[in-house]
Design a protein around this ligand. Structure first.
Ligand code: F6P
Length: 364
């Protein structure tokens, strides 16, 4: 008789629309094999403080695939290899508490962990795999920057939200003859900026992969003005930089956080554009609006397929892997193939050529 497996599942890093769809698919696919699924709260911290681990059943996950967020909660600060801990002197120090995670995992008699996360959380999953935990990863991020998979869920929703925002800005920008600068997410890669900027007919798209020249941007705005289009929409990824410059940071963020908090490049650009062109310029940051709410049907479908595939891969005992879309199929790729790598927008790609050919300035 096949062993009745006990699967643990967690969600880590920033949330992305589709996380609940993954959870629903994992629970249903496991249930249909008579396996049990346990939800770990708040990324890996739920394997340190195990009080809140919950049994997930078809009833608990019924139709959650249409909802945003994650029923398991998540955090960007739950790295057990670098956990902020308050010592006896009341000072915060960073400690490696990963042995405790492994100990609790074994004590709870889990057979494997399905870790749903971005590059940071999947890196932790890989390190835990090397310490003996059988892991299957599921890639998640609205930024779409994970290698080896055509796409991650959450990305399509974020692009749809950003595109709708850009669509709406056209009429107000045109009425006031203003320049509107929209800052979208994308730390290291410009997928959201490029896809939404193209779809929303932005006039200038700035991405981290192509450092921008502010003089070229202002020149483009003024050229269009002379030709009769007296407004402009600029879409900028939060990680975009001027040539020779650095990404604008809002701060380091909370203790134990894996990345600095980016933000402010839109406002910087708006000031420079206003100064150089004399045009009234406004900026706005779409921020977490891009991560919230219902996943699109595309994201729901990818997330459901990823969840079911993760359970299939557990059945095949292919641990230390991540599910990935290799159109038209889902396959398992070694986690080590994606660690420390970022899927950036290829500068010489069809999408960049399309932007240039239809008259969009990409800042160079
Ligand atoms: O998940 C990626 C991301 O959306 C980045 O684009 C962004 O920089 C980051 O998350 C923001 O994270 P937080 O919500 O923790 O500030």
């Amino acid at each position: 008789m096949e062993k009745r497996l006990r699967i643990a599942i967690n969600t880590g890093g920033g949330d992305a629309p589709g996380l609940n769809a993954v959870i629903e698919a994992v629970v249903m696919a496991a249930y249909n094999r008579s396996w049990e699924v346990y939800g770990i709260k708040s990324s890996y911290t739920g394997l340190l403080n195990t009080d809140e681990i919950i049994r997930l059943t078809p009833e608990t996950v019924s139709h959650i695939s249409i909802t945003g967020g994650t029923i398991l909660g998540t955090t960007n600060r739950g790295n057990p290899f670098q956990m902020p801990v308050t010592n006896m002197a009341g000072e915060v120090e960073i400690r490696d508490v990963s042995d405790k995670v492994v100990e609790n995992f074994n004590r709870l008699r889990f057979d494997c962990l399905i870790a749903v996360g971005g590059d940071g959380s999947l890196g932790i999953a890989h390190s835990l795999y090397k310490k003996g935990i059988p892991v299957v990863g599921v890639p998640k991020t609205i930024d779409n920057d994970i290698c080896e998979t055509v796409v991650t869920f959450g990305f399509d929703t974020a692009v749809s939200i950003a595109t709708e925002a850009i669509d709406r800005l056209h009429s107000t920008a045109k009425s006031h003859e203003r320049v509107m600068v929209v800052e979208v997410m994308g730390r290291h890669s410009g997928w959201i900026a490029l896809n939404s900027g193209l779809s929303g007919a932005a006039h200038i798209i700035l991405i981290p992969e192509i450092p921008f020249d502010i003089d070229k941007i202002c020149g483009h705005i003024m050229e269009c003005e002379v030709r009769g289009r007296r407004y402009a929409i600029v879409v900028v990824a939060e990680g975009a930089t001027p040539i020779g410059g650095r990404a604008v940071e809002k701060g380091k963020g909370e203790v134990g956080r894996q990345h600095a908090v980016l933000g402010g490049i839109g406002e910087y650009l708006a000031k420079e554009i206003a100064k150089q062109t004399g045009k009234e310029t406004r900026s706005l940051v779409l921020g977490h609006l891009q991560r919230g709410g219902t996943p699109t049907t595309f994201d729901r479908l990818i997330a459901l397929r990823f969840g079911a595939a993760a359970v299939r891969i557990v059945g095949e005992q292919k641990f230390g892997t991540m599910v990935a879309l290799a159109h038209p199929d889902i396959k398992a790729v070694p986690l080590e193939n994606i660690i420390g790598r970022i899927k950036t927008v290829p500068v010489h790609s069809d999408k960049i050529s399309t932007a240039r050919e239809i008259g969009i300035c990409v800042g160079d």
